[in-house]
Design a protein around this ligand. Structure first.
Ligand code: SAM
Length: 459
């Protein structure tokens, strides 16, 4: 592997020549690990191959064709590199109940889905990505995982701050020079330069300054990059400490797993491929001084509900039900989520891609249930329709949007595979309409049933 000109000198000057040689050997001789993180609201815990810093992380022996797996489509797991799962450790150290969390640089959604699983159910998650195309991918991944109590936005951090958004937990998984991705993404090698490191360090500082303004007193900020150099890591921690009095959160247990702590800035942790077996990542967590204060945002009323609540929604908490003014689209979002959505929807430079869980639509006199409700991590079991267990063949046909053989009955059914809800089907007697959303369906039409992996042996 040809590492970029200038990288060797820069890395060796920060971490020593021996560390550089060990890194180069690992990148050249050891393949990238393959790992997934389970959605424990959909799958049971897995007993082996766990990643020590994240109990629901599982290492796999080989890379299957994830895209051909109905369970991947249903958000039962997320394919994620092991080091990225360290965010779970910081969340274990939150000693207050956060009420609004913000993921500022979130696409494609790996750490957002992790946050969603580890945050309290009542905590609103605003997940944001300024790049519009990437924001769309983020929205899809949130939908698969379960879009409960989550708002997806596309904005630059200054627009969110100008809108008045506040959060008591903020993740900045910053755009960076990508030194930790050299093995997994060869483009990271060709794109790297010392100028890029400088440019990224400046952008990161701007993002952090905005994030700090949005963070409430006593709140927690988690910062990570997939790069090693000090300008993008230690220097960002000293910036926060020297300018704002940020208090570092130590995670000494990480040292048991080969993670290295910075001598210059204790509390900055590095995952090196040659010490942890993961790809490269650097992280730190800081607290804003003061006792925890819940975010206080200007309350805005969302457009009211007209008419009655459809019978199909009667098992859901009424104060969480939200519909558009003509009563045709129904969603589920907490009162605080509703006021944050209203705040963001009217703000310059902020696009709200989705807010809360789309439950369904009224068409004429009928309630048409929405796919997001099926994929919900929390309220899927409250869908008022019987379940239909699919075989592997039927589940594969489902994600390919093929027509299905009917069960002889009529009406909506929640199609499940290995007990995981995937989509709605409408039984019409001898056939069943497949209502799996086009936007989520199999993108690669070359995939066939024999490509479908059986990773967890659940059926
Ligand atoms: N957190 C993501 C995950 O775990 O899947 C990965 C995030 S990636 C390392 C960094 C993201 O920051 C990119 O999607 C990039 O488009 C976005 N980004 C770029 N410039 C930004 C800015 N000024 N503010 C916020 N995000 C930015």
């Amino acid at each position: 592997m040809m590492l970029p000109d200038g990288f060797r000198e820069s890395f060796a000057s920060d971490f020593g020549q021996r560390a550089y040689e060990a890194l180069e050997r690992a990148l050249t001789e050891v393949p990238s690990p393959v790992s997934v993180r389970l959605n424990l609201s959909k799958l049971p815990p897995h007993s082996s191959g766990q990643i020590p810093w994240c109990p629901e992380g599982v290492l796999l022996d080989e890379r299957p064709l994830f895209g051909a797996d109905p369970l991947w489509h249903a958000g039962a797991y997320y394919v994620q590199e092991p080091a990225s799962m360290v965010v779970a450790r910081y969340l274990d150290h939150v000693d207050f109940a956060p009420s609004v969390a913000l993921d500022l640089c979130a696409a494609p959604g790996g750490k957002t889905t992790l946050l969603r699983s580890h945050l309290p159910e009542t905590c609103l998650l605003v997940t944001n990505e300024p790049d519009r195309k990437r924001a769309k991918v983020l929205e899809e991944n949130v939908l698969r995982w379960g879009a409960d109590e989550t708002i997806v936005t596309s904005a630059y951090p200054e627009a969110l701050r100008a809108a008045g958004l506040e959060a008591d937990l903020i993740l900045v998984d910053a755009p960076c020079s990508g030194e930790g991705m050299f093995r997994k993404e060869p483009d990271a090698i060709t794109g790297w330069s010392l100028e890029l490191v400088d440019h990224c360090a400046r952008t990161q500082r701007e993002i952090l300054a905005e994030a700090w303004e949005m963070l409430t007193e006593g709140g927690l900020l988690i910062y990570s990059t997939c790069t090693y150099n000090r300008a993008e890591n230690e220097a960002q921690l000293s910036f926060l400490r020297d300018n704002y009095g940020a208090e570092v959160i130590p995670l000494p247990e990480l040292l048991d797993y080969g993670v290295q702590e910075s001598e210059e800035e204790p509390g900055v942790y590095r995952f090196f491929p040659h010490t942890t077996g993961s790809e490269g990542l650097t992280c730190f967590g800081v607290r804003k001084p003061g006792p925890p204060v819940a975010p206080q945002m200007p309350g805005r009323k969302i457009a009211g509900r007209s008419g009655g609540v459809p019978d199909e929604l009667s098992s859901l908490p009424v104060e969480y039900l939200l519909c558009n003014p003509d009563g045709s689209v129904w969603r589920l979002l907490s009162p605080i989520g509703q006021s944050v959505a209203a705040l963001l929807e009217g703000s310059e430079g902020v696009r709200v891609l989705s807010s809360g869980l789309h439950l369904g639509d009224i068409k004429g006199r009928d309630f048409i249930p929405g796919a997001p409700w099926v994929l919900s991590s929390r309220v899927s079991s409250l869908l008022p329709y019987p379940r239909r267990a699919m075989t592997a063949e039927e589940a594969f046909a489902l994600i390919g949007r093929q027509t299905l053989t009917g069960s002889g009955e009529r009406g909506y059914r929640v199609a499940t595979y290995a007990d995981v809800p995937i989509a709605l089907v409408k039984e019409l007697g001898s056939r069943a309409n497949n209502l799996y959303p086009k936007s989520l369906s199999l993108h690669d039409t070359r995939l066939v049933l024999s490509d479908m992996p059986h990773i967890f042996d659940l059926t």
